[in-house]
Write a protein that binds this ligand. Sequence first.
Ligand SMILES: NC(=O)c1ccc[n+]([C@@H]2O[C@H](COP(=O)([O-])OP(=O)(O)OC[C@H]3O[C@@H](n4cnc5c(N)ncnc54)[C@H](OP(=O)(O)O)[C@@H]3O)[C@@H](O)[C@H]2O)c1
Length: 244
Amino acid sequence: MKKSLLILTGHSKGLGKATLDQYLKKPGFQVIAISRTNLENSAENLTQLDLDLSELDVLENNLRTIFPQEDFEEVVLINNAGWIGEIKPIGELHPAELRKQINLNLLAPMYLTNAFIKAYKTTAGKKVVCNISSGAASRPVSGWGGYCSTKAALAMFTMVAAKESSSPNFKFYSLAPGVVDTDMQQNIREASKEDFPELDKFQKYKSNGDLSKAQDVAAKIEFMLSHVEKFPEVIQDVRNFEVA
Ligand SMILES: NC(=O)c1ccc[n+]([C@@H]2O[C@H](COP(=O)([O-])OP(=O)(O)OC[C@H]3O[C@@H](n4cnc5c(N)ncnc54)[C@H](OP(=O)(O)O)[C@@H]3O)[C@@H](O)[C@H]2O)c1
């Protein structure tokens, strides 16, 4: 049986960690996982790369390691690493933080999607790119200028990639995961009311128990990417389907 490969960014915690756990137990899958932090996990089918994805020169130098040239049954790229960034109104953002956020949330997944297509466009087998999006890609949120913009731009890039692709073996998704109980939500709840007018709403998500569990969302991601024939559209939201 041929092997399959998952390349996953932001695997060290939150939604990425839960997605990693899903795929490590999937028969035949090898995983290449990228974050700044390595997990203590000695699974034979896991290779961890500790890279800061906002350092684009370093990322570029590692692209060959990230996309091995082998004959895989299936290759999946999940661009999950992301950062809410400085939660402040436009006019008070620090350029260096904005640059770091754009590098991580937008340019790194663009580099990786581009390199993925280049590496696997002539290989056989199924190829899937899933760029993790957000409701903020289509809704302006005060205080999230960098975050909304990077997620919107990444969704458009994903739609262009899908439009350009003539191969039925390739699938491209921009997937919103809902509101998930991770460190990112903790960071959002720590913003000031002055900088983030929706603070109360996000604090209530936690106190009312309305946040999704990362494990449940990861199960939906794995289900969708394993049943691409059921999900023809590029823009997807986990809140619109259940694991059948
Ligand atoms: N949580 C939500 O409610 C929610 C809602 C909508 C969309 N999302 C999206 O879902 C994805 C996962 O979010 P999450 O909530 O799981 O966030 P999280 O708990 O903060 O985890 C973020 C992951 O990204 C990695 N990462 C951060 N900066 C990095 C860098 N410079 N280089 C490499 N890796 C980096 C982190 O690892 P290291 O720190 O070890 O590098 C971590 O593994 C993100 O794209 C986010 O925008 C989340």
